[in-house]
Design a protein around this ligand. Structure first.
Ligand SMILES: Cc1cc2nc3c(=O)[nH]c(=O)nc-3n(C[C@H](O)[C@H](O)[C@H](O)COP(=O)(O)OP(=O)(O)OC[C@H]3O[C@@H](n4cnc5c(N)ncnc54)[C@H](O)[C@@H]3O)c2cc1C
Length: 435
């Protein structure tokens, strides 16, 4: 495999987390790899800007605490995660309720609470039981269920309608970035199971720490920024960079995101996308004293969900100030929501004045999350030919976890094609739950 005529055995196109994960699995097996990245930084959709001491993610990147790929991708050792408090704060019927905390003493407190718009005690006990049962269900059993849309499955699962509208639907809207729940019910079950098993978290210090950590742990010189691949064959990659020109290699992994992959690999299906908008505000103090995800069940305003980001992760705001990050789902005219309307809605959700909140940044991505409509193949093929592979969230689930896993799958196929023995299973490394 190794050849002095080539600069690297494998060229990976795209330094998002899928490409970087694939590069790690390949270099761990002893191959030399060059990662080409068209942009000026690694990470693709996992990006964080620093503005006046605030760390502002381009997407909120809610991670699943039980995500095995965070623990198994070489290079992510020591990644620090900031977990949300269990459950969520739901705004329903004009009031805020703490819902869905199914653990320990808190669960009992929630389940025995007074009557709420979410139904009576039995309804809520039913939710706790259903979430606990889901947490214990194997992937094989989940995937054996009939596949329909998430919305249709919720109606058929026997949850009380008030619980669906008051908690499960807004939670799934947030986790799937899907306002109408057209997502495959199997994908929704997997995402809900992740929530039931371990809850959600954010990476400490911003989403970009995940790809930055991956890139930093690769051999020096592996990643080349500002080089766009323009053409691909199994043994060469053409680029738009004069200095780089054509790169001969033994194999290519296309890890660009769905649309660019469709351009480089004609015939590859390009999915539809869920557009997502993120709005960051600076506040004089955190509107919540607990790191809770806040969901809007009333659907009275533009915000789908919001979080007191610096309460979760104090490194996201300078001392003496707070960061609030909010998410709007669906298309956005001009990519810029009306800030007055957003702050008015946030004032209702947090039950506080937002008059002195200052807009810091807005990021709109019309192609944020590939749609996972039913029937959705959770393990789309990543091997196109011997020597040509494709990975990214569009080959798996449209999540950080799916992107990491697709990178691992592509690397595994490549290694098998070239006669490498599968690398010894990487023992899960420690991830710090920096609560
Ligand atoms: C607003 C938003 C919110 C999100 N929320 C969540 C969430 O809460 N939870 C969750 O799990 N996921 C979330 N996601 C999805 C998650 O970010 C993605 O699934 C994941 O980052 C995809 O990684 P990737 O490596 O597959 O693709 P990308 O991150 O898109 O990386 C592809 C890379 O390839 C590069 N590239 C493209 N074309 C070329 C070329 N020709 N040559 C060289 N390089 C090229 C790009 O510049 C990019 O860096 C969200 C995404 C967005 C945008």
């Amino acid at each position: 495999m190794l050849s002095t005529a080539r600069q690297a055995d494998v060229v990976v196109i795209g330094a998002g987390i899928a490409g970087l994960a694939a590069a790690h699995h390949l270099t761990s097996a002893g191959l030399t790899v060059t990662v080409l990245e068209a942009g000026s930084r690694v990470g693709g959709r996992m990006a964080t800007d620093t503005v006046d001491g605030f760390r502002l993610d381009h997407g909120p990147q809610l991670l699943n605490m039980s995500n095995p790929d965070l623990r198994r991708t070489p290079g992510l050792q020591g990644l620090r995660l900031r977990p949300f408090a269990p459950g969520a704060l739901v705004r329903a019927g004009g009031r805020g309720y703490r819902v869905g905390d199914t653990r320990g003493a808190r669960a009992r407190a929630v389940l025995s609470a007074a009557r709420t718009p979410f139904g009576d005690t039995l309804d809520r006990a039913g939710l706790g039981t259903a979430l606990n049962r889901l947490a214990a269900t194997s992937t094989a059993r989940l995937l054996a269920r009939p596949e329909t849309t998430a919305a249709a499955a919720l109606a058929a699962r026997g949850f009380a309608p008030r619980l669906v509208d008051g908690f499960v639907r807004p939670l799934l809207n947030a986790l799937l970035c899907d306002p109408d729940l057209t997502t495959s019910s199997r994908c929704a079950d997997l995402v809900l199971r992740g929530f039931a098993r371990g809850g959600t978290c954010l990476p400490a210090a911003g989403a970009a720490t995940v790809p930055q950590r991956l890139a930093a742990a690769l051999p020096p010189g592996t990643v080349r920024l500002g080089v766009r691949a323009t053409d691909v064959a199994v043994n060469t990659v053409a680029t738009d960079d004069r200095g780089t020109g054509q790169l001969p290699c033994r194999a290519v992994v296309v890890a660009t995101g769905a649309r660019a992959a469709g351009e480089l690999l004609p015939g590859l299906r390009v999915p539809a996308f869920h557009p997502v908008t993120i709005v960051h505000h600076a506040a004089p103090r955190s509107p919540l004293r607990e790191p809770l995800l806040v969901l809007d069940a009333d659907r009275h305003g533009p915000v789908s969900h919001t979080l007191p980001a610096s309460e979760l992760d104090p490194s996201r705001a300078p001392s003496g100030r707070a960061l609030v990050t909010s998410v709007l789902l669906g298309p956005q005219e001009d990519g810029r929501p009306d800030d007055i309307g957003v702050r008015k809605h946030l004032a209702e959700l947090y039950e506080t004045s937002t008059d002195d909140w200052e807009p810091l940044a807005t990021h709109h991505d019309p192609e944020a999350v590939p749609v996972m409509a039913a029937p959705h193949d959770l393990r789309r093929p990543v091997r196109l030919l011997c020597g040509l592979y494709v990975c990214g969230d569009h080959r798996d689930t449209s999540t950080v976890q799916g992107a990491l896993r697709s990178g691992r799958r592509a690397a595994t196929h490549l290694l098998a094609d070239f006669g490498f023995r599968p690398a010894a299973t990487v023992p899960p490394h420690r991830i710090e739950d920096a609560a």
